[in-house]
Design a protein around this ligand. Structure first.
Ligand code: SF4
Length: 297
């Protein structure tokens, strides 16, 4: 575009971009997504910040683009209780929040569910604790965002994350989860999500954070090698290599089918309060309470 040496080839678009244009390209997609949220002066957003590149970018973008428009930005980090991994991420998250003057809260699985993911892994006899970990994280983030009175819960999910989730749920035949993946409005105790990086591939998020010189927590969770998502990630990368644009196609598919799925009562469209904890659920007890019982036993 400008004759400068390229640092990125976007195979899905065919563009070779220099550092400056690679960053502008990310910013354009992020601001477009943020505009869809229609946030107003005085609104509060809570950003889920783990300290990894995606959430650091989400936090920095929220602070850069939303705060000047009068939106109050706050941050929440979930401490899953993974001793060899999480403390360093919390440190990175806290240091970005301090620099940006963003209020930062840490919420802990141990306090809310009486179990850490290290303990859960032992009770699951060494299997990955990713199922309880993901369910607990979603519950804690939604609860924290609601308690902060947030209009949106901002997460750092990128294009790869979203495309992997679509593929995983299609492969499992889990239409109910597919229905919950897309955009939704506030309802029955559920704070709507905002995913400003949803159209930006993971590699471009990493490049952006690197070019900006932002410190990020790059370690991988020790349980990630056991996670089912890893196989889906590798398959998707292979498909993308052969057929550039596959990730975009999966997200476009989600955007087409999700509004109809989200209205379907048999897929959990109706929410009620969990009989045990009061959090929103489509059944009588929420998944987090059922999981907590299983991994605490
Ligand atoms: Fe939790 Fe699994 Fe992610 Fe580790 S890899 S943080 S256990 S979901």
């Amino acid at each position: 575009m400008c004759g400068q040496p390229a640092v990125l080839l976007q195979r899905y678009s065919g563009a070779h971009l220099c550092g400056e244009h690679a960053q502008r390209s990310v910013e354009k997609r992020v601001t477009k997504e943020m505009a869809r949220d229609k946030l107003r002066r005085g609104d509060v957003v809570v950003v889920a910040v783990s300290g990894g590149k995606d959430s650091v970018c989400a936090l920095r973008f929220a602070r850069r683009y939303l705060a000047p428009a009068g939106v109050e930005v706050r941050a929440v980090t979930v401490d899953e209780g993974i001793a060899s991994y999480r403390p360093a991420g919390i440190e990175v998250a806290a240091s970005h929040c301090k620099e940006l003057d963003v209020p930062h809260e840490v919420v802990r699985d141990r306090d809310a569910f009486g179990v850490t993911m290290d303990e859960a892994s032992q009770r699951l006899e060494g299997a990955a604790p990713c199922s309880p970990c993901g369910v607990f994280r979603r519950t804690l983030l939604n609860k924290a965002a609601r308690e902060h009175g947030a209009a949106r819960l901002v997460t750092g999910h990128n294009l790869d994350d979203l495309a992997q989730s679509v593929l995983m749920n299609v492969l499992r035949g889990d239409a109910a989860r597919l229905a919950r993946l897309g955009r939704h409005e506030a309802r029955d105790g559920l704070v709507p999500r905002s995913t400003p990086l949803r159209m930006v591939p993971e590699r471009e998020v990493a490049l952006y954070a690197h070019l900006q010189g932002w410190a990020v927590h790059n370690e991988e969770c020790p349980y990630a090698v056991l996670a089912q998502r890893r196989g889906v990630r590798d398959t998707l990368l292979e498909l993308e290599e052969r057929e550039p644009g596959t990730r975009h196609a999966l997200v476009a598919f989600l955007d087409k089918v999700q509004p109809a799925l989200a209205r379907e009562p048999s897929l959990g469209a109706e929410l009620r309060a969990c009989l045990t904890c009061g959090e929103p659920t489509s059944g009588e007890r929420c998944q987090a309470c059922a999981m907590a019982e299983r991994v605490r036993a």
